[in-house]
Design a protein around this ligand. Structure first.
Ligand code: DX5
Ligand code: ZN
Length: 219
């Protein structure tokens, strides 16, 4: 999907000032982030409500950066199409949903968007093992989804390592993304374990030098 060698930095706009989204995104662009990570929450799958397709559509007009949409919603099958039309480049849904996941992957792929599947901290790799040949990306949550600014859960590292082994052994065309509590220290650990994409919200946005913060995450 992407150059596997280079680490991708995706900045999560959940940590942005929502009254200044345009300038915050342009700041991220200048800081050198590769992707914009957009956290979609429905108040049901997670205890928070955030961004819908109308916001994505508006933001699509102000940047050409890759939009990485993280759907933390109970019914992604009902809404992914609206995000795709709004300009999503990658649509990641959660493995804990009830809908037929093979069908969802197939449909998202047919739309031309990239597709990812995510696992919450309590979900094991075995739950998504069978989906790995079909997805472009697997997202390992390193915090309980719902809020930015939480601490990294180090016991998620073994899942990154396990996924890296399976993906390499079978030469699957799937990259590994990590999300939650990523900073200069935890980024290093995740890269060493085999992650390709680092989502970072609080660490980049709280920094007084975003370019430096972005650079500090990658080797
Ligand atoms: C958590 C979200 C994350 C979060 C990351 O539910 O999926 O993307 O915004 O923020 P930080 O980097 O602050 O943990
Ligand atoms: Zn996220």
């Amino acid at each position: 999907m992407m150059n596997m060698k280079r680490i991708i930095v995706a900045s999560s706009i959940l940590s942005a000032d929502f009254a200044q989204l345009v300038s915050d995104i342009s700041m991220m662009e200048k800081a050198g982030v590769d992707w914009i990570h957009i956290d979609v929450m429905d108040g049901h799958f997670v205890p928070n409500i955030t961004i819908g397709p109308v916001v994505v559509e508006a933001l699509r007009k102000i940047t050409n950066l890759f939009f990485d949409i993280h759907l933390m919603i109970t019914n992604p099958e009902k809404y992914w199409g609206n995000f795709q039309k709004a300009g999503a480049n990658l649509i990641t849904f959660h493995s804990e949903i009830q809908y037929d996941k093979r069908k969802l992957i197939e449909n998202i792929k047919l739309s031309g968007a990239k597709v990812g599947v995510s696992i919450k901290p309590k979900t094991s790799v075995s739950e998504i093992r069978d989906l790995l040949p079909y997805v472009d990306l697997v997202l390992v949550m390193t915090v309980e989804p719902g809020f930015s600014g939480q601490s990294f859960m180090s016991d998620m590292i073994h899942k990154i390592k396990e996924l890296r082994k399976i993906i390499d052994k079978n030469t699957y065309n799937c990259i590994i993304e990590v999300d939650g509590g990523i900073n200069v220290q935890t980024a290093k650990i995740c890269i060493k374990a085999g992650a390709n994409v680092l989502v970072s919200g609080n660490y980049i946005f709280a920094s007084n030098n975003p370019s430096k913060a972005v650079r500090s995450l990658t080797p």
